[in-house]
Design a protein around this ligand. Structure first.
Ligand code: ADP
Ligand code: MG
Length: 619
């Protein structure tokens, strides 16, 4: 073992920097907090290349004295607290005195500042080397520029994602902080383009509207609860404005955005029974709590806080949300099954929320109409197979052919083929009698017995095989979307889209970043029919997230095709017309290994006539 020695300051700073600066978004957060601590009326944030190239934050706050500039970039130097007791009642966003020192360690940092009573000065720190303070004719307030984040730390730079992905994290950091400070005018630009321009406003609702659109601003419901010492106020979404992820759940305490699993759990409880499983509500909650009841010094990047009595906050949040839903008539948006119309909403809420684990409500929405009335085969079955029989069942690879293939002569299937006709061999096959049962199974008489088909599993397999063959042959039919579909995604999902753009593209899904947390889908395969692109993209991303990003390209494409097939296929519970049933049964012959869906579940079970005869003691 080597002897112990004290680390030089630069190494200490570099280690600390690793905790404070994770990516450009951390720089945005820290600089924005510093600006807001200086009591500005306006702060402008500008980024280049997702913040990797440049983060610039300009404020018109109090400024820094020229003599203090070297201290501002020194670790553990701060103007925000003096003695340990100050930690008990922190009212500023910063207090650790670490941010500027850490950033200066891993980038080139330039500060220009002027206070009301002195002339301006500037200071540059480049990879930990602090320059001289020089006079600067800047205006009142402070401008901080951070160039080339991790430019001098190749190991960290390698972990940065694409500028697009870094941008989506950085803009999220801006949004979270901007939400907590409606009284300050804020703007955000990326590569010279203004993305947010938020005036100073008096109400939280107005700031939310500025960030997410007037539509959402108007739809949110006011909530509040108070226990005399602690209070929560907020704006929450209606159940039908639910989201796939937690991105629209914002918590703030004393101007500080924070994360807290327990409070979000209380939110879930408040919405229990009102949301479909897996869906998340939109909530903006702000807590007013005496400073000595909350510890903000528990996380190096100040993302989390600790409350002295978390159970009290939990109860308050739950009460705030439930009271609102009891007051609001939710019956226009939710339909309780088997509930007498005269029963009050309060009764229903009481039951829905007490009945743990049993959400008794179902969403009323436009039910997907699955060709129930359509006399012809609907588009979602995909194009009929070409009469050339290109995709007719290939000779099974070294295994016995599926039973129905042995039982009946093979023939290329074509539309209308289900009718009796004469095949080349001169055998007259009977029309297969196929009936849908319980909206999930199709029972077919086949040459050797009775087959029970799982309609979803088979259709999924059919679609998958068709898609796969088209991709392999380079003739995948893609439908460009006249109106591209916009989808809101989590930052990690945006990352996946960017990483797998090529695989998506090869599978006919063109998904492009659209700034912030939005992507647009501009095309999808014709075989996907009317399935919403958002459903497909989410399914596909969930699958891609589970495989190594640098996996074999064709395997990634395959993953996309599986996801596509799974989403676009008819579901268990979809009623089918006779024509649809017939089309699906015919399609069965077109796919190899069609007795298994892509997940490996069987698509059909065969009850042979022999077995049936034996069971009924006929033999
Ligand atoms: P902290 O914010 O935790 O005090 P920082 O490293 O972020 O630590 O900043 C160090 C000090 O530099 C702050 O305490 C503050 O006095 C000063 N400072 C930084 N940014 C600004 C700004 N935009 N306006 C005024 N003073 C600032
Ligand atoms: Mg700070």
């Amino acid at each position: 073992m080597a002897r112990i020695h004290k680390l030089p300051v630069s190494v200490v700073n570099r280690i600390a920097a690793g905790e404070v600066v994770e990516r450009p978004a951390s720089v945005v957060k820290e600089l924005l907090e510093n600006a807001l601590d200086a009591s500005p009326s306006r702060v402008d944030v500008a980024l280049e290349q997702g913040g990797i190239g440049l983060v610039r934050v300009v404020d018109d706050g109090g400024g820094i004295e020229a003599d203090d500039l070297p201290l501002a970039v020194t670790a553990h130097a701060t103007s925000k607290l003096r003695v340990a007791e100050d930690l008990e009642r922190i009212e500023t966003l910063g207090f650790r005195g670490e941010a500027l020192a850490s950033i200066g360690e891993v980038a080139r940092l330039v500060i220009r500042s002027r206070t009301a009573h002195a002339s301006g000065a500037s200071l540059t720190v480049d990879g930990g080397r602090v320059g001289e303070v020089v006079p600067d004719g800047c205006s009142l307030g402070t401008t901080v520029e951070v160039h080339q984040v991790f430019g001098n730390v190749p190991a960290r730079r390698a972990f940065l994602r694409s500028p697009q992905t870094e941008w989506s994290h950085a803009s999220e950091a801006f949004v979270r902080t901007a939400l907590a400070h409606p009284q300050v005018a804020l703007s955000l630009s990326h590569n010279g383009r203004r993305v947010h321009d938020l005036p100073a406003v008096a109400s939280w609702r107005d700031r939310i509207a500025g960030l997410f659109g007037a539509g959402l601003g108007e739809r949110l419901l006011d909530v509040s609860a108070d226990d005399g010492e602690i209070s929560v106020r907020g704006l929450i979404g209606r159940p039908q404005d639910d989201m796939a992820g937690t991105r629209m759940q914002h918590l703030t305490v004393a101007g500080r955005p924070f994360r807290d699993r327990s409070i979000l759990h209380a939110v879930q409880e408040g919405y229990r029974g009102l949301l479909l499983s897996g869906r998340q509500p939109i909530v903006f909650l702000s807590f007013a709590i005496p400073p000595d009841m909350v510890d903000v010094n528990v996380h190096p990047a100040k993302m989390e806080v600790r409350f002295r009595e978390p159970a009290r906050l939990y109860r308050l949040v739950l009460a705030a949300i439930r009271t609102e839903f009891l007051r609001n008539d939710m019956s226009t948006t939710l339909q309780p099954p088997e509930v007498a119309p005269e029963e009050s909403t309060a009764d229903i809420v009481g039951r829905a929320t007490d009945d743990r684990g049993q959400a008794g409500w179902t969403h009323v929405g436009p039910r997907r109409q699955i060709g129930v009335t359509s006399p012809t085969v609907p588009a979602w079955f995909g194009q009929p197979a070409s009469p050339s029989g290109r995709s007719a069942p290939a000779a099974p690879h070294g295994r016995a052919a599926p039973l129905w293939e042995q039982a009946e002569p093979q023939r290329p299937a074509a539309p209308g083929d289900g009718d009796a006709g004469t095949t080349a061999g001169g055998i007259v096959p009977r029309r297969e009698r196929a009936v849908q049962m319980h909206d999930r199974y199709i029972v077919v008489e086949c040459g050797d017995g009775i087959e029970v088909i799982d309609q979803h599993a088979l259709h999924e397999r059919v679609l998958y095989e068709r898609l796969k063959a088209s991709v392999a042959e380079g003739n995948l039919e893609v439908q460009p979307l006249l109106i591209p579909e916009r989808i809101e995604l989590e930052a990690a999902e945006i990352e996946l889209v960017t990483d797998h753009a090529e695989a998506l593209d090869r599978a006919g899904m063109r998904v492009e970043p659209f700034g912030g947390a939005t992507v647009i889908v501009t095309s999808k395969p014709v075989l996907a029919g009317n399935t919403p692109a958002a459903d497909i993209v989410r399914e596909v991303l969930a699958r891609l997230a589970a495989v190594a990003p640098d996996g074999d390209a064709s395997m990634l494409v395959d993953e996309v095709l599986h996801g596509l097939a799974c989403r676009a296929a008819i579901k268990a519970g979809d009623p089918l017309s006779h024509d649809e049933v017939d089309a699906l049964v015919r399609e069965r012959r077109l796919v190899r290994e069609s007795h298994h869906c892509p997940h490996g579940r069987p698509t059909s079970l065969l009850f042979s006539r022999q077995d049936l005869d034996r069971q009924f003691r006929r033999t």
